[in-house]
Design a protein around this ligand. Sequence first.
Ligand SMILES: Nc1ncnc2c1ncn2[C@@H]1O[C@H](COP(=O)(O)OP(=O)(O)OP(=O)(O)O)[C@@H](O)[C@H]1O
Ligand SMILES: [Mg+2]
Length: 144
Amino acid sequence: MLSKNIKETAGIARIFLNKILKGKIKTRATVVGLSGNLGAGKTAFTKAVAKSLGIRQKVNSPTFVIIKKYSLKSKLHKFFFHIDVYRLKNEKELLHLGWNEIIGNKEHLVFIEWPERVRRAMPPHARMISIIVGKKGFRNIRLK
Ligand SMILES: Nc1ncnc2c1ncn2[C@@H]1O[C@H](COP(=O)(O)OP(=O)(O)OP(=O)(O)O)[C@@H](O)[C@H]1O
Ligand SMILES: [Mg+2]
């Protein structure tokens, strides 16, 4: 889907979130990878998802803290994780941050920026969203 601005990104985030939650299997965590170049809008997209989930706290880029956890008031998931592995060297570093516990809990909804950096740690059932910046700064946002 094409987004011309942040507001449209919010609408797309809502649509994609619905699609992802609809196909959810309740026996495992819901994991979503966000790919795209520096500044493509991965954090902006995740903020829109958080807002749509009813998270009122400010959602900042987790680049420096790597992992941020938010409580949810939803029947489907108890916690929302926003992870940015840009600064990690490899999968091993992610495992040291408790990755297996995070993705091993079906009450977790996990959005992770730069998933290609930890490709081997991504579960096979993870969904993927890619953001490509095109002409005039429009964003092409895809869900795979
Ligand atoms: N759909 C959009 N339309 C216009 N501007 C956007 C859109 N999405 C994001 N932006 C803007 O692009 C800039 C970078 O966005 P953001 O920080 O979300 O990118 P990112 O992919 O998370 O970057 P990083 O790789 O550094 O984590 C921000 O100023 C944001 O407001
Ligand atoms: Mg970011």
